[in-house]
Design a protein around this ligand. Structure first.
Ligand code: GDP
Length: 323
């Protein structure tokens, strides 16, 4: 891609879920300086457990950007210890949701500050400052949104489905309780209107569990659609398969084709460009929007950076073509 970007356009907004999204967010953080990158995190997976306020996607992104993430699992902290879980099990406590000792500090401190009246976004910004993360990490809203799933076992809370039941139930419908009346974070709305905005990136996250909860937040989808900046998504499906997690299984249960193309259709009204894996070259002609091919399986840090550069170049090419 040859299009050089407009030097006045420095800001990038990325919509992001957990593990898959955080990989690209890390790549973007290495090519977009400091606070010019805003990562908007899904909070539809947030829940209360053992009296603690837990924000799994925010924490996955925060640990990833801070270099603290466990490289093997993708979630939680590296070099974690599990004394708390062992002690809890010995007391007959609930152990279906694993909380490492270091991770526990994040949840305890967040819970304490929430109870004292601080907003999730303010606590997140302060944690990021202390962990020396220059990227701006912002929850999609400070209001409560809860992803719930109608399954063959009835309506389930997200973590009940995802962790406790290991995605075994068949998903028939997905709902984002509270999303319609939730207010998008004002900094996100301001960034989407900012004339310096270069690109809006939809990370390769689960469409139903990570991206659509963000888009469902009141006014956010409209603000993205109305933004002057190009919107570019990266497919989380490579050659008809999810890299990990229930994306593919959910797509087939919901009656959708399991393909990169079907993901693009869900975002169609928003997308200006789409990045597909080279394995999916055959789908290129059918989408009706500019499509570029890349190596999208992010195994190494270099993969993450290279895909981030490719995504931004795709956005710059769209901006140049429409200027
Ligand atoms: P999680 O559900 O909390 O793990 O987080 P996400 O929703 O952000 O990520 C899940 C999605 O990321 C799945 O659909 C995976 O297929 C996708 N994914 C994970 N790693 C990669 C990768 O290296 N490349 C691409 N293109 N997708 C990935």
């Amino acid at each position: 891609m040859s299009a050089a970007g407009d030097p006045r356009k420095t800001l990038v907004v990325a919509l992001c879920g957990g593990v898959g999204g955080a990989k690209l967010a890390l790549g973007l953080s290495r090519v977009v300086p400091g606070a010019d990158l805003m990562v908007v995190a899904n909070t539809g997976d947030d829940f209360e457990h053992l009296g603690l306020a837990i924000s799994p996607d925010l924490d996955t992104i925060m640990y990833t950007l801070a270099g603290l993430a466990d490289p093997r699992r993708g979630w939680g902290r590296r070099d974690e210890t599990w004394t708390f879980m062992a002690a809890l099990a010995a007391l007959g406590g609930e152990t279906w949701f694993a909380l490492g000792d270091g991770d526990l500090a994040t949840h305890l401190e967040r819970t304490r500050r929430r109870a004292a009246g601080e907003a999730l976004s303010a606590i997140t910004a302060d944690f990021c400052r202390r962990l020396k993360i220059a990227t701006r990490l912002v929850p999609m809203t400070d209001d409560t949104v809860r992803t719930r799933l109608r399954t063959d076992m009835g309506w389930l809370d997200f973590q009940d489905y995802f962790v406790r039941r290991r995605c075994a139930p068949t998903v028939l419908e997905v709902a984002y309780d509270g999303a319609a009346r939730a207010r998008a974070h004002p900094d996100v709305l301001a960034a989407l209107r900012d004339p310096r905005l270069r690109a809006i990136v939809i990370c390769p996250s689960n469409p139903f569990l990570s991206i659509e909860p963000i888009l469902a937040v009141g006014a956010l989808r409209e603000a993205i659609a109305g933004s002057a900046a190009p919107v570019v998504a990266v497919s989380p499906i490579i050659a008809g398969r999810a890299v990990k997690g229930p994306t593919a299984k959910m797509m087939s249960a919901l009656g959708l084709e399991v393909s990169a193309r079907a993901v693009a259709r869900r975002y169609r009204d928003l997308l200006d460009a789409y990045v597909l894996d080279r394995a999916d070259a055959a789908a290129v002609a059918e989408l009706g929007i500019p499509v570029t091919l890349a190596h999208t399986l992010m195994t190494t840090l270099a993969d993450r950076e290279e895909l981030a550069r490719h995504v931004l170049a795709s956005a710059d090419a769209v901006a140049k073509a429409t200027a």
